[in-house]
Structure formats: structure tokens, C-alpha cells
Ligand binder design. Structure first.
Ligand code: ZN
Length: 306
């Protein structure tokens, strides 16, 4: 598996909290799930301590119904009107009584009051940077003296943005990109085609593999749009509109930039600006259909097809 040496370190770790840091899509979530699985596995574990994949705990995890794992993620909170949305993990994620808007189904405090079904309850916090001070305060005692020996797995892209009270109570694991060969091997092991384009797009980020199908689709759409630009105005508009229906805010922007990477710098710069404007328009809830048509027209201009 990818990042096997980090899993090995986590297995040897006897504390209550780990902080996994590294860039977006580098594989923090994959590693967190592997650690949570290993901590609960009751079968015969692999040479790096990886979960067996067959015991009752591993089967529950594969079925997406593991009773001892809780994933906490930030919610996008909209302040008044069309003001920018901001991500936050509020105190309501930790304490049921403070979750007035019922944003979270399960709350950390109440979750940890219950004994583990298998070996150890694990709380995974994705986007630890967005942990509000109140939520962090409510967590501190739980981290220091976790009920039933629970484990916290914090994930963050930038450790400098994480509250010092969390950083100082956690052991850090730095998750780094891996080589293209390692990624290709992981793709093949999961029974997929290790196509060069996907590996180049991933640029060492293991987290991309979990979304391989979506990435392939986004790359195909990006190429289609690029071809449409050269075909003609009408085809451009039609293809841009079709893109709206398939738009995945995570992968399409990156796929478009990936397809443009071989263009000359000034074309790329213009196309990037058009893409930035499109994303802003979508964030502001502007008419999506019109925004995509404008985007298509501006791309034709950028690549000299207008
Ligand atoms: Zn197992």
C-alpha cells in the first residue's frame, strides 16, 4: 500500500492523537482510514500493520458501516445573503446540546461515551484548520483523556493554520507525494489501468486515485472542450453548456488546467483568468448556463480561435 511506512509508525504510536499533514489529495484521508482500520482489526495484520480485510471489523468498514469510526468535516456556513461562504467545524460538531441547527448526525462527545464495538473508537477530523476555537476547547479534555482509549486522527493541509492547542497535543505524521511508479503500481493493484495521463495528473497525490473515475471523466470533458474551440463557435457553445451539467467543482478546473499545460504561457494565462471568473460566477450563484457560454467564448479568444 501507499504510505505503508507511515502506517507502520502509527501502529507503533501509543498516544491519543495524530496530526496528518500534507497538501490536498496527497492521501491523508486514505492513510487515516487505513490507520482506523488497523487499530480495529482483529485478524492477522500485514507486514506494515495493515488491516487484514477479512475480520468482522474490516468487513464492517468495507460495508461503510463501522460503528467505531466517526468522520467530522467542516460545514460551509453562509453568512448573510450572497456573502462569501466560509468553512467551519462548529462546537455543535462536538456537543449535541450545542448543535442547535442539527448540522451533525453524530457528535464527538456523545460518540466517545459509548464503548467500542471492536477495539477502539476513532474520531477522524478532516480540515482541522477549520476547527473553531470553541469546538477545539470542547475537544481538549477528550484528547487528553479520551474515554475508552479512543484515538483522534486530525488531518490538515497547513499545520500553521491549526490551533496550537491541537498541534501541541498531537504527534505529527507528514504525508508526502509519492513517485509516479508507486502510484502506477497502486492503480494496478486495485485492478485499474495505470494510464500515463492519470498518473501525470495525480503528480504523486495518492488521494487522486480514490477518485480515478471522476478524474478520467473530467479529463475527457476538458479535452472535448479544447477540441470544440477549434471546431467552431456553435460547437464551443454547445460543449460549454454540456459541461455545465457535468461540472465537478473539484476536478474539472484542475483537468482543464492540465489540458492547457502545454499551451504557450500567454494563452494559458488568459484561459486561467476565464476559469477563475467562471468559478467566481458559480460561487456567486450567477446564471450557470450563461456563465459557461461566456467561459467558452473567452476560451476561444484565449486560444486564438475567435
Ligand atoms: Zn481485519
Amino acid at each position: 500500500m501507499i504510505h505503508a511506512h507511515l502506517l507502520e509508525q502509527s501502529t507503533a504510536f501509543g498516544g491519543n492523537a495524530l496530526l496528518l499533514t500534507g497538501p490536498a489529495r496527497v492521501g491523508k484521508a486514505g492513510l487515516a482510514w487505513a490507520i482506523a482500520a488497523a487499530q480495529n482489526c482483529t485478524g492477522l495484520r500485514g507486514m506494515y500493520g495493515e488491516a487484514c480485510g477479512q475480520c468482522p471489523s474490516c468487513r464492517a468498514l468495507a460495508a461503510g458501516a463501522h460503528p467505531d469510526l466517526l468522520l467530522v468535516e467542516p460545514r460551509a456556513t453562509t453568512t448573510t445573503g450572497k456573502a462569501a461562504r466560509r468553512k467551519l467545524i462548529p462546537v455543535g460538531a462536538v456537543l449535541q446540546g450545542r448543535d442547535k441547527a442539527r448540522e451533525y448526525e453524530t457528535h464527538v462527545y456523545e460518540f466517545l461515551e459509548v464503548r467500542p464495538t471492536f477495539r477502539r473508537r476513532v474520531v477522524m477530523v478532516s480540515g482541522t484548520e477549520y476547527l473553531g476555537p470553541e469546538a477545539a476547547n470542547a475537544l481538549l479534555k477528550l484528547i487528553e483523556e479520551p474515554p475508552h482509549h479512543a484515538l483522534f486522527l486530525f488531518m490538515a493541509e497547513d499545520v500553521r493554520a491549526v490551533l496550537p492547542t491541537i498541534v501541541s497535543r498531537s504527534a505529527r505524521l507528514s504525508v508526502t507525494p509519492v513517485s509516479d511508479q508507486e502510484l502506477a503500481r497502486a492503480l494496478m493493484q486495485s485492478g485499474q489501468n495505470a494510464d500515463e495521463e492519470l498518473v501525470a495528473f495525480a503528480a504523486g497525490r495518492a488521494g487522486v486515485l480514490a477518485d480515478a473515475e471522476k478524474v478520467r471523466a473530467a479529463l475527457a470533458d476538458a479535452r472535448l472542450l479544447q477540441e470544440a474551440l477549434a471546431t467552431g463557435l456553435l460547437t464551443t457553445l454547445e460543449t460549454a453548456e454540456a459541461l455545465e451539467k457535468r461540472w465537478d467543482a473539484t476536478w474539472h478546473p484542475e483537468a482543464l488546467r492540465f489540458v492547457w499545460r502545454t499551451s504557450v504561457p500567454h494563452q494559458r494565462a488568459q484561459a486561467d483568468t476565464a476559469l477563475d471568473d467562471l468559478q467566481q460566477a458559480l460561487e456567486a450563484y450567477a446564471s450557470p448556463s450563461l456563465s459557461f457560454q461566456v467561459f467558452g467564448l473567452r476560451l476561444r479568444e484565449a486560444f486564438g480561435e475567435a
